[in-house]
Design a protein around this ligand. Structure first.
Ligand SMILES: Nc1ncnc2c1ncn2[C@@H]1O[C@H](COP(=O)(O)OP(=O)(O)OP(=O)(O)O)[C@@H](O)[C@H]1O
Ligand SMILES: [Mg+2]
Length: 244
């Protein structure tokens, strides 16, 4: 059974439709890449899957693990194992990354966090991400550099261990070393059996991953699909043949 099954999804904002009938299916543990020109609707699709209240779903269904989540809130979806790393992570003054995580874990599992294991996880993941532990005590994303925000997103991903993570340009704006570090984190998640939808304009983050499927979104529709080879093809020829 597919982990995520999107059928004929139409969604948009008050001013108009952005996604015009998207189908997409992800099996447990698979890595999917979502590519497409600027403004195609990739972030919108991610946000709609995650349940952002900024968008209205006008038709179609989103099924997670056999359960219809189309009408659920973002919170309810997160509890069921969905996670999204945002293209522009929000700054949250007054709430530390650590406190945010603790409440997210508590909310998702329905149990208080087990302190020693939790501290150990934090330590291990900080090491994996080459991240100073002091970031965990700082207010979430406040004053974080662009690259640090992206690392903080991956930190959350590794702590929360969702079933499916949508990464929206998590590799953009990162220096060479940071891309490698973030890739390592994402690879770690994938190796533990996590499924991924990676939205990206670059191939660097994909080098560490085994890509199962590639989807090309153009003007709110899936214009083409293929395997890992499609990423190289797009790198060489761009999206021209799908943009009419
Ligand atoms: N909340 C919103 N309000 C108004 N317009 C929106 C909103 N969200 C998306 N759009 C519009 O929908 C289109 C798709 O935007 P989206 O951010 O999904 O593109 P994208 O494929 O992620 O592009 P990029 O590669 O530049 O990140 C754009 O024209 C954008 O301006
Ligand atoms: Mg985007």
């Amino acid at each position: 059974m597919a982990l995520l099954e999107i059928k004929n999804l139409t969604a948009g904002i008050e001013e108009g439709e952005i996604l015009h009938g998207v189908d997409l299916s992800v099996n447990p543990g698979e890595t999917h890449v979502l590519m497409g020109p600027n403004g195609a609707g990739k972030s919108t699709l991610g946000n709609v899957i995650m349940g952002s209240p900024a968008y209205n779903i006008t038709s179609g269904t989103i099924i997670l693990d056999g359960e219809d989540i189309t009408k659920m809130t973002a919170n309810e979806r997160a509890k069921r194992g969905l996670f999204m790393s945002f293209q522009n992570p929000l700054e949250v003054p007054g709430l530390s990354l650590e406190a945010f995580l603790r409440s997210a874990i508590r909310e998702q599992t329905g149990k208080p966090v087990r302190f020693f294991q939790y501290k150990k996880d934090i330590e291990e993941i900080c090491k994996l991400l080459d991240m100073d532990e002091s970031y965990v005590e700082r207010d979430l994303n406040v004053g974080f550099s662009g690259g640090e925000k992206k690392k903080a997103e991956i930190f959350q991903l590794l702590m929360l261990k969702p079933k499916l993570a949508i990464l929206d340009e998590t590799d953009s704006g990162l220096d060479v070393d940071a891309v490698r570090t973030v890739s390592k984190g994402v690879e770690h998640f994938a190796k533990q059996g996590g499924a991924l939808i990676v939205i990206t304009h670059s191939t660097r983050i994909l080098e560490a991953l085994n890509v199962d499927h590639t989807h090309v979104l153009v003007k709110g529709k899936i214009a083409a699909e293929g395997g890992a080879e499609m990423v190289d093809e797009i790198n060489e020829n761009g999206f021209e043949k799908w943009v009419k």
